[in-house]
Design a protein around this ligand. Structure first.
Ligand code: ASP
Length: 427
């Protein structure tokens, strides 16, 4: 029946594989008519990313406002909020503990000699050191200040997600409390904006295979698979941990807490997952995540609109896992004693710092620097795995997005929603 459309997910997978091959074969020096392939893919990939990011602010605000306006009137807001945070914390903690288990078991850093940083890496490190200096003192105060912005127009124009989420929650709640005639006009307006933004997302998704191709080819032009070799043990530990969390841990939660078929959910989320993989940005993927959670997994708007945007900002399970593995890897390479107390500290810091990790490429590196510093390790340690960070970023971003979507399903199911994953996703 839907023959033509069911081919689409395959188109994206084929695009990823072709892009890996094309990027590796071409490298970053090849040109056509004097223009490098790299800059062509870079430009086209960024246009695609812009098109996705373009809808994020209006989509998130309209989604939350219309969702909360409905919840507010039911008085279930507090319970939903608590549940959401419990699932965020639970899944991230599970991810970190899985990472901790494998990094202790495999000990990828034990066979690694602590680094002599090369000149190229030194420049990158300097930039990160500056970032960390800003990050350290201001991190938590900064996050707090962002939650309650003094100027909502500024928050909107600067993509400050936490401020936008907070304002939208308040605004939605207020709509549920005002005179019903005015309230329904406002609710209708925001529902309309939401539907229009989802329609735009669908249009952008038509270009998904092409956008994915450009973005992935670009990465593989500069970071070939050969860069994984010297760090194969570290890469394997990260991928094994992420895989265990995504294909064992989360499905168990879906099965036994959510009582839904985990395979079905994976299938429903496929478009969002490939987008996360190729963009390395959960923020840019957000419109597609919302679309998949609502339209393909069948979670109601009132729950999806709260859990998914908030999760994209603060629930970074894959990044938290990566932070833990990376910090332990560096500690192992420096041969420092990693006591139980230190490991506990790493787990706690990974959990807390991951909340502040932005949904953009390589954002975890700053958080890892904070953890290294707390463990008394030199920030140069980051140079040990920076070569593979971009490729692993693709994997952890995919896990971040999947974990948010699972939390949405779990909240919806524990709220008694019957339509969630009741059928295979409609292509
Ligand atoms: N790239 C990740 C994301 O967008 C964040 C990170 O771990 O660097 O979710």
């Amino acid at each position: 029946m839907h023959k033509k459309k069911t081919k689409r997910p395959w188109a994206v997978f084929i695009a990823i594989i072709l892009a890996m091959i094309t990027g590796t074969v071409l490298g970053d020096k090849q040109t056509i008519f004097g223009v490098s392939f790299y800059s062509i893919f870079d430009t086209l990939g960024n246009v695609f990313l812009n098109a996705l990011t373009l809808v994020v602010v209006p989509l998130v605000s309209s989604s939350i406002i219309s969702g909360v306006a409905k919840i507010g009137s039911e008085g279930a807001f507090g319970r939903l909020g608590l549940k959401t945070f419990a699932f965020y914390l639970g899944t991230s903690l599970m991810a970190i503990l899985i990472g901790l288990f494998f990094v202790n078991l495999i000990a990828p850093g034990a066979s690694h000699i602590a680094p002599q940083v090369t000149a190229g890496e030194e420049i990158a490190l300097d930039a990160f050191k500056t970032k960390i200096a800003i990050h350290e003192g201001a991190a938590f105060v900064g996050v707090l200040m962002q939650i309650v912005p003094s100027n909502i127009v500024m928050a909107f124009s600067q993509n400050q997600m936490l401020g936008i989420i907070f304002f939208s929650l308040l605004f939605g709640y207020a709509i549920s409390k005002i005179e019903s005639h005015n309230g329904s006009i406002l609710l209708g307006f925001w529902q309309g904006v939401f539907q229009a933004m989802i329609t735009i997302t669908h249009i952008v998704m038509k270009f998904l295979p092409y956008g994915v191709f450009c973005l992935v080819a670009k990465v593989f032009m500069t970071t070939g698979l050969s860069s994984l070799k010297p760090l194969s043990l570290f890469t394997a530990t990260v991928i094994l941990s992420l895989g265990t969390f995504m294909f064992v841990g989360l499905p168990l939660l879906l099965r036994f807490v959510g009582r839904v078929k985990a395979n079905r959910h994976l299938k429903a989320m496929a478009p969002a997952l490939v987008t996360a993989f190729s963009t390395s940005s959960s923020s840019a993927t957000l419109p597609i995540t919302i679309d998949c959670v609502e339209k393909r997994a069948g979670v109601s708007n009132r729950i999806c609109s709260l859990v998914v945007p908030l999760g994209t900002s603060i629930n970074m399970s894959g990044s938290a896992l990566y932070e833990c593995v990376a910090a332990m890897f560096v500690a192992q390479a420096y041969g420092i004693e990693i006591s139980f107390v230190t490991q506990f500290l790493v787990v706690l810091m990974a959990l807390v710092t991951s909340i502040g990790v932005a949904g953009i490429p390589s954002a975890s590196l700053v958080a890892i620097l904070v953890i290294l510093k707390a463990m008394g390790l030199p920030p140069e340690g980051i140079g040990m795995f920076i070569a593979v960070d971009r490729l692993l970023d693709m994997c952890r971003t995919t896990v971040n997005v999947y974990s948010d979507s699972c939390c949405a399903v779990l909240v919806a199911r524990t709220e008694g929603e019957k339509n969630v994953l009741a059928m295979d996703p409609v292509e």
